[in-house]
Design a protein around this ligand. Sequence first.
Ligand SMILES: Nc1nc2c(ncn2[C@@H]2O[C@H](COP(=O)(O)OP(=O)(O)O)[C@@H](O)[C@H]2O)c(=O)[nH]1
Ligand SMILES: [Mg+2]
Length: 242
Amino acid sequence: MRPVVIVPTYNERDNIPIVVSRLMTIPDVRVLVVDDGSPDGTGAVADALAATADGRVSVLHRTGPRGLGLAYIDGMRQALAGDATHICQMDADLSHDPFDIARLLAATADADVVIGSRYVPGGRIENWPARRRMLSAFANGYIRTITGLTTRDSTSGFRCWRRDAIERLPLDRIASNGYAFLVELIWEAAASGGRVGEIPITFVERRQGASKLSWRVVFESAIVPWRLAWRSLSRKPFRATI
Ligand SMILES: Nc1nc2c(ncn2[C@@H]2O[C@H](COP(=O)(O)OP(=O)(O)O)[C@@H](O)[C@H]2O)c(=O)[nH]1
Ligand SMILES: [Mg+2]
């Protein structure tokens, strides 16, 4: 296995050294930090980590428009240009336990993508206020109802993919830029017949830095499931023959 863990960062200066040093304890793991010109200097901190990591850490400095989805697409393209056999996604704020990467990778033996899930038996959330829990639970129910996805945690940013599953994704056609990107990607994987697995994780709310969840991003997340529902209708075979 030659896994690459993509870690998108925006103002994560205090968190990224801890995340990277924990990931380095997992054999064979390489890290790709994708920074969007963080004003707090996260990019330079990541460069310093890369300089002392024996080639296991690299940094992609994005200069285009900021966005979680755009950062991941550029990161995935860069990982695919190398020899990665598995590509993982993980937040930089220590909400995702780097040590869980080993479990996610092992589970890709039976799935094309494995989600670290808060909403399967054994999954947990620590330190989230009631309104954030409600928003997340509502969002996942909303997504399942509208799109027909059966995944319990489609908004989780903690996942490992087999390389071929990422190669099959239409990365140049992904429309969403914010957190809805995570949903769109899982939907595309499932719609093309991919096997989506979920294993329980404990998600711990960040202690350092601030969430980037904004009303613009929430609004996009409300719209995208309807677009995906439309996409699934327009892809049905009976439509294609008209
Ligand atoms: N490169 C990049 N990373 C981002 C952007 N927005 C959020 N992130 C990162 O995505 C991860 C999740 O964001 P976070 O604000 O913690 O979201 P929350 O956990 O849903 O509150 C963190 O590692 C952020 O630094 C962005 O526009 N560009
Ligand atoms: Mg977070």
